[in-house]
Design a protein. Structure first.
Length: 92
């Protein structure tokens, strides 16, 4: 599903808003999520799951094509843990 499809669904299901206002609402939600995660804060959406930014330290790795040892730099990664409600919905 694309962002445009999400806008269409919001526009159809919520109603009372123009298509432009639906675009602004979806953009605002995604911008807020992005800004919150950039700050390193956790996002918990009840009934859906948790988004958490984790710090990974640099560590030794290996190039799979050449076998050469390399250092994988420190970085931040985004993890998602679905809620039990979402897991049950997917497996019912």
């Amino acid at each position: 599903m694309t962002k445009a499809e999400i806008v269409d669904v919001v526009h159809e299901k919520v109603g009372g808003f123009s298509k432009k206002e639906a675009v602004e609402m979806v953009e605002t939600v995604f911008d807020t999520v992005k800004e919150t995660l950039e700050k390193g804060e956790k996002i918990k959406i009840s009934g859906f799951g948790n988004f958490v930014v984790r710090d990974k330290h640099s560590h030794a790795g290996r190039n799979p094509q050449t076998g050469q040892k390399i250092t994988i730099g420190a970085r931040r990664v985004l993890t998602f843990k679905p809620s039990q409600i979402l897991k049950n919905a997917l497996n019912s």
